[in-house]
Structures are given as C-alpha cells and as structure tokens.
Design a protein around this ligand. Structure first.
Ligand SMILES: Cc1cc2nc3c(=O)[nH]c(=O)nc-3n(C[C@H](O)[C@H](O)[C@H](O)COP(=O)(O)OP(=O)(O)OC[C@H]3O[C@@H](n4cnc5c(N)ncnc54)[C@H](O)[C@@H]3O)c2cc1C
Ligand code: FES
Length: 272
C-alpha cells in the first residue's frame, strides 16, 4: 500500500505536480464584513497554478483541526518572490483563523491541486460567480485578458457582508448583484441568463458558486447550445485523489473525484 508521501512524490514527478511549501503572510485585508484577502509570499517555488486550481491551506490548528482547507487561487505573481492571493470567507474555525492572521505569520500549503478551467470555445466568454466563486473567476478573467481573449465577469452574493468588488492588481467584476438587494442590483446572478447569452453572443460560459446556481447555469447553457464549464465545491481531506472523501455523483451516476478530476468539469459531466 503506497503511503501518502509516496503518492505525493509520484504526483510531483508530473510537470505541474503539487508541492508542500511554506509561505509568509505579507498582507491580510478585511474587504467585507465576513471576507478577507490574504496575500502570501512563498518561501519555496511551486509550479505556476492555472485558474481554477486550488491549494489546501494549513490553518495552524494542530491535531484538533488536522485537515487543511481548500482555497482557490485568486491571484499569482511569480516574481520577484512567488506570491499567492486568496479570498477567504469566514464560515468556521479554519477560515476564521485565516482571516485573523497577521503579517509575518507562517502558513503551510499543498498545491497547486486539481484541474483548472480549460480553453474557452470561441472568442467571447461569460464568467458567472456566486459568492467566493469569484476568486477563481477573477484569476481566469486575468488569464483570458492577458491572452487577449474577451470576457465579462458577473458576480452575485447573498448580501453586502459577502461582496468583494475586486482589487486593482487582479481586476474586478463587470456587474454585481445581491440576493437581498443590499448592494448592486437585487436578484440571483443567473437571473435572465438566457436573454444575456443571446443579446451579447457569448460563445463560452464558466461558472463557480453554489450547486443550485451551477445547475441553473448549466441548464440554460445547454438549451442555448453554449459550452459551459463548472467548478464544484466538496468537502476535502487529502486533495490528492486517495481518500475518496470528495466524490460527488455526476451525470448518469458517474462518481466524480472533485479534488483530482475537478474541481472544474464540463457541465455535461456533472448534470444530466
Ligand atoms: C476547490 C475548492 C475551492 C474553494 N475555494 C474557496 C475560496 O477561494 N474562498 C473561500 O472562502 N472558500 C473556498 N472554498 C470553501 C472552503 O474550503 C470552506 O469554506 C472551508 O474549508 C471551511 O473551513 P472552516 O474550518 O472555516 O469551516 P468548518 O465548517 O469548521 O470546516 C470543517 C471541515 O469541513 C470542510 N468544509 C467546510 N465547508 C466546506 C466547503 N464549502 N468546501 C469544502 N470543504 C468544506 C473544511 O475544510 C473542514 O475540513 C473552497 C472549497 C473547495 C472545495
Ligand atoms: S479529498 Fe481525498 S480523494 Fe478528494
């Protein structure tokens, strides 16, 4: 039976395999009532992450809170010292601890993990974010624009306590709404999606957010014949495809290993 370390070693042989690394908190800024942006400077190199990939972050809980928490990369800067930017919403012990970290504190990370977003079909993409789903989509928007591929990013939040409007170095959404109307327009981010697809002629859709939002987005895209990629959320332990703790049922009853085969899937793999 191969050990966890053997498995990690085998993955590292792959060009983009994950690494266990240490980082230092460079900046931690509260950007909404429940949300912070965490800038980490890496003390060792990691393979450059692509949009949609994530890291498992050690929140420093020792034996009581053993599991690292999955967080999507929102920004990556390779030079002069590699740096990662994460967006964190406080929901429980680990995320509360991360949002309370002070500059200079050390953090352990494993990553980059998973499969990120694939290339868009056609020339004009719509990125749809629900809640903290905005983190990987801001990274994707940055990547697409640096390749001169056009895209719009729209973001929906539950209420103003969750709203993150972006940052100069990583960009910002083109439109924001909240379910309770406390900031931006009132409603859900995929309201009126069918009309938006035909009005603007989007050729690809990328979505990350709660399951119901992803399902609705996938349904509308399938009806409109627009290819759609969705990033799934699942509770995770190893992040390496070993424990099967993250498996979700996809289209036709297929078992999807979210950490290794995802978190990004073509919507037709996930929804019937
Ligand atoms: C691929 C991926 C990317 C993510 N990216 C982000 C991000 O960029 N920003 C952000 O704020 N959140 C993100 N999340 C959700 C985040 O991982 C959870 O909110 C976090 O793990 C909760 O930990 P906690 O200790 O605060 O909460 P607790 O509820 O105390 O956690 C208990 C356990 O459940 C797990 N858990 C709880 N909720 C979730 C959840 N929604 N998803 C996965 N595991 C969960 C925790 O990891 C931990 O092992 C992501 C989740 C996944 C799967
Ligand atoms: S978290 Fe262990 S297999 Fe996905």
């Amino acid at each position: 039976m191969p050990s966890w370390r053997d498995h990690l070693q085998r993955l590292r042989v792959a060009e983009h395999g994950p690494a266990l690394v240490r980082a230092v908190v460079a900046r931690n800024e509260r950007v909404a009532a429940r949300v912070c942006v965490l800038d980490l400077r890496l003390e060792e190199d990691v393979p450059a992450p692509s949009a949609g990939q994530f890291f498992l972050v050690d929140c420093g809980g020792g034996r009581e809170h053993l599991l690292r928490r999955p967080l999507s990369v929102m920004g990556y800067d390779p030079a002069p010292q590699p740096a990662l930017i994460f967006l964190v919403e406080v929901v429980g012990w680990g995320t509360r601890r991360l949002c309370a970290m002070q500059p200079g504190e050390k953090v352990g990370l494993l990553g980059p993990l998973g499969r990120g977003f694939g290339a868009p079909a056609g020339r004009f993409s719509l990125l749809i974010a629900g809640g903290m789903g905005i983190a990987p989509l801001l990274f994707l928007s940055h990547e697409l624009k640096s390749r001169e591929q056009a895209c719009d990013l729209i973001a929906g939040f539950r209420d103003s306590g969750q709203v993150f409007g972006g940052r100069q170095d990583i960009g910002s959404p083109n439109g924001v709404c909240t379910e309770d109307g406390s900031m931006g327009g009132r409603g859900k981010v995929c309201d009126g999606l069918a009309g938006r697809l035909s009005e603007f002629g989007y050729t690809s859709v990328f979505a990350c957010g709660p399951g119901g939002m992803l399902e609705e987005t996938a349904r509308v895209c399938a009806a409109a014949g627009v290819p759609c990629q969705v990033s799934l959320d699942s509770r995770m332990a190893c992040g390496l495809g070993m424990c099967r703790g993250c498996v979700k049922q996809g289209a036709g009853g297929a078992n999807l290993c979210v950490c290794k085969d995802g978190p990004v899937f073509d919507s037709t793999q996930v929804f019937d």
